[in-house]
Design a protein around this ligand. Structure first.
Ligand SMILES: [Zn+2]
Length: 377
């Protein structure tokens, strides 16, 4: 179904198929067609790849990381050098994560969490460091990203109800403070919901964050080790509670099944380190599953990583050659696998959008999942 919508808005839904949406998100550095998979460039680089290669694969927006860039090389230095886009020579849109996930996932490094912020020993020199909502805004203003995320409190999967409730309360308080703090010109700001898979707390967080009127809203605190069925079930109803006229972002999902499940629930944006991390293990993502090139069965395999793939690895190189590179720890092997894996997920997402436009998302999803003999693990 094509949906008429006023032009000039930050986000416009152009077609809908069930809850799934195809839309356009307008940022200071260009339009993004959704659903969109966002490659992760944690330390101002998508590991091993040139930004032109990343763009040629079909990437429309990259992720940068507040936590890491704050410490190395420093957000003030990046600001002095003209901002993150200029620093990394990527002129397309950039979304910066707030650092909340890094701070709270490195649990052993946390010294204290209170209503004002969080103190932790940073991974670079071990010194106690204080992050506050206001600092997260300031760092992202220095970086000059197109989309800034709120600092949230991310509790571990399976914490007590009381701890989960405290994280929800704090995440809303911090979100309000960040909404009211000054940020970079033209920078969009997204809120993040918490509440784990607890129906009451997830609903409360979703309603409170939605009420603050951010440019977009993220579903946070999922895909962190909870039961996968419960995660999808929560996403199904929680996504629908977020404002329909704003983009919805599921943080940290990137396997084919996960991507299609959250798109079906009405999510527009997602990110994951899976393609580059999988490459570093010597593995390729394919339509039938994950293949490990170290396996001896590829020694004489003259085929590409994936039949029909148009990426720079598949149009020219054989599995046998890439296996050799991987086994010898040659950097080209890592690069070719990264190029292919990113292309695979970007193309999966592009095809999902096209299926939504045709009103055939359900059959597209079923077709992909039937071929896939592999689920996320
Ligand atoms: Zn390929």
């Amino acid at each position: 179904m094509t949906v008429p919508s006023p032009a000039g808005r930050v986000f416009e839904v152009q077609a809908r198929d069930g809850e799934a949406r195809a839309g356009v998100l307008r940022t200071a550095r260009g339009e993004i067609r959704t659903p969109v998979f966002m490659p992760v460039g944690t330390k101002a680089t998508v590991k091993t790849l040139h930004p032109d290669e990343v763009r040629d694969l079909g990437a429309q927006i990259l992720l940068g990381n507040t936590y890491h860039l704050h410490f190395r090389p420093g957000d003030e230095l990046i600001h002095e050098l003209g901002g993150l886009h200029r620093f990394m020579a990527w002129d397309g849109p950039i979304l910066t994560d707030s650092g909340g996930f890094q701070v709270f996932s490195l649990r052993d490094t946390i010294v204290r969490v209170d209503d004002d912020g969080v103190t932790f020993r940073n991974v670079y020199d071990g010194r106690p460091t204080r992050f506050s909502p206001e600092l997260a805004v300031r760092i992202q203003a220095n970086l000059g990203s197109d989309i800034a995320m709120c600092l949230d409190q991310v509790p571990a999967a399976g914490v007590s109800h009381r701890q989960l409730e405290e994280a929800v309360r704090r995440t809303t308080d911090w979100a309000r403070r960040q909404r009211d703090a000054p940020r970079a010109d033209g920078q969009l700001q997204f809120g993040i919901t918490q509440g784990g898979v607890d129906p009451e707390l997830r609903r409360r967080s979703t309603e409170e964050i939605a009420a603050l009127g951010f440019d977009g809203n993220a579903i946070g605190g999922l895909a962190i080790g909870e039961d996968r069925g419960a995660m999808f079930e929560t996403t199904d109803w929680a996504a629908a509670l977020l404002p329909a006229d704003r983009p919805r972002y599921f943080m940290g999902i990137g396997d084919p099944e996960g991507i299609l499940e959250v798109i079906e629930a009405g999510v527009d944006m997602f990110d994951c380190v899976l393609p580059t991390r999988t490459a570093r293990t010597g593995s390729a993502l394919t339509g039938t599953g994950r293949i490990n090139l170290r396996n001896a069965r590829f020694a004489r395999d003259q085929g590409p990583l994936e039949d029909g793939c148009d990426c720079p690895a598949c149009v020219r190189f054989t599995r046998a050659y890439i296996r050799h590179l991987v086994n010898q720890n040659e950097l080209l092997g890592l690069r070719l696998l990264s190029l292919h894996n990113l292309r695979f997920l970007l193309e999966l997402t592009r095809a999902a959008r096209s299926a939504i436009e045709r009103g055939e998302f359900d059959s597209y999803k079923r077709g992909v999942l039937e071929r896939l003999q592999w689920t996320y693990s």
